[in-house]
Design a protein around this ligand. Sequence first.
Ligand code: ADE
Ligand code: ZN
Length: 332
Amino acid sequence: MSELLHKQIQQLPKVELHSHLEGCIQPELVRAIAERNGISLKNGLFTTDDMFAWSNFVEFLQAYDEASFCLRKAQDYRDIMYTYMAQCAAEGTIYAETFISPDHAAAVGMSYDDMLSGCVEGINDAERDFGIVGRLIVSCIRHLGPEQAVVVAQQLADNPHPYIVGFGMGGNESMFTQADFAPAFNIAFAAGFACTTHAGEVLGPESVWDAIDNLPVTRIGHGVRSAEDPTLMLELAERGIALEVCPGSNIALSVYPDLASHPLNKILQAGISTSLNSDDPPFFATTVGAEYQSGAQDFGLDLEQLRNISRMAMKASFADVNTKTRLLAVIG
Ligand code: ADE
Ligand code: ZN
């Protein structure tokens, strides 16, 4: 790739729709927060070259839980949000939606209000300092089950905030079905929240069918394994359901052996609304900027195609109409 294209991509306005706040904590910040909260971190959380240590999907989720375990105060959430947004803004990101998990906060005795107020402060400080706009998606955790998901959805419905724009679900895709979570999603949707769910990442196209047939979702987290089913690809394109694609995450978690096997281009060619995202940046040694650079380097996308990805992402975002219109004008 030419130096010029690299620079042009650096400057391109970017939109991130899929990152997990608890998965955005850099090892250095985990240590700083753990120390100030007087918490000792589990031995073996980091590798010798200061990355998170894990070697499969379940271990990844465990390392992610362990990093979250040291978060005890609103300030901790503020600092993670601010650091993450500052890094996104430095790469040209103008808008970012981040999943937050009330279950992780509750597990260490933190209230929903403290978690939220920290995130809101981080978003406000980042917008003031870097101009980036941040919004939140409250996420339930699939492996905690459908009943706990209802608790999270009801808490969301009872405590609206202008920065919370959606409801989502992450966690271990091999437990329960998407349909099991319809009661939770229906509560959030009825309360006015747009919805997305992780599907078609670990499991195949049937998991995406399960999601779009049973949940009020307009986006799918990952959804890349839809590429194995041509009928599903047509359905996603026709219904305008957007995929939050995270190629670096997919390689790190061995969904595909390498980027050459990744279906990003197939998805784009099918006319499906697509965004490029980091998922859990320090866990997967990636960033949204790196994903856009990889779009050119590994998938042969040109600047206009990458700009169109930013446009599709902004349109598929859960932001209000005024924010969408204003930021779409910035993308050009
Ligand atoms: N939580 C954080 N990252 C995730 C991923 N890639 N899949 C499912 N749950 C997650
Ligand atoms: Zn994710």
